[in-house]
Design a protein around this ligand. Structure first.
Ligand code: HEM
Ligand code: HEM
Length: 133
């Protein structure tokens, strides 16, 4: 397994575990305060990172600077977006609104950048990028 696929798969597994746990907590607590955080931990952290892990296993097994930046922004963005959402929507700490908002915007923007890089990689990828095919 190449290192892009492996690191994405492991982070996806951790996001999946934590997101499902948070869903169970929400159901148990009868509160939807964490709804958006739970939703994004799962749709971004679990589903998206897992899809990208599969992409680097099946379609793009070489190494490149673009792919390294894509994988780094995927992980930093998924953590930044979900922590930012938690700070912004749940407000667990008594921090100034601007700090919560900036965290959310920066995390969300890094995740958005990751999607842009993935789109570029997807269009640049051809069969030679996976020598086993
Ligand atoms: C242990 C498993 C899970 C539990 C107990 C759980 C529980 C919940 C609960 C209680 C809500 C709030 C529903 C409401 O608005 O009243 C919710 C929302 C949501 N969950 Fe989960 N969930 C689980 C797994 C998942 C998984 C695996 C995904 C996606 C991969 C997911 C995606 C979502 C999304 C997108 C929402 C927001 C839906 C909306 O805005 O209407 N959940 N979940
Ligand atoms: C750049 C990354 C993303 C950002 C900044 C973002 C931001 C947001 C925001 C601000 C909301 C409204 C939350 C609320 O009002 O409580 C939302 C809702 C939602 N987003 Fe995203 N999102 C991103 C990526 C995604 C992706 C990749 C998916 C699916 C694969 C997704 C699925 C959803 C769903 C299902 C909802 C409605 C459930 C909820 O209330 O949270 N989002 N998103």
């Amino acid at each position: 397994m190449n290192s892009y696929s492996k690191v994405l798969l492991r982070f996806a597994a951790l996001f999946g575990l934590f997101g499902a746990f948070l869903g169970s907590h929400m159901a148990g607590a009868g509160s939807i305060a964490f709804k958006s955080v739970h939703a994004h931990i799962l749709v971004v952290g679990w589903l998206t990172l897992f899809a990208w892990a599969a992409f680097y296993k099946l379609f793009y097994t070489k190494k490149s600077m673009l792919a390294t930046i894509h994988v780094a922004t995927a992980i930093i963005g998924a953590v930044g977006l979900t922590v930012g959402m938690w700070l912004y929507y749940v407000r667990p700490f008594d921090m100034p609104d601007a700090v919560n908002t900036v965290f959310f915007i920066v995390g969300g923007s890094i995740m958005l950048l990751s999607f842009v890089l993935f789109a570029i990689i997807a269009f640049l990828t051809n069969e030679q990028d996976n020598p086993s095919h």
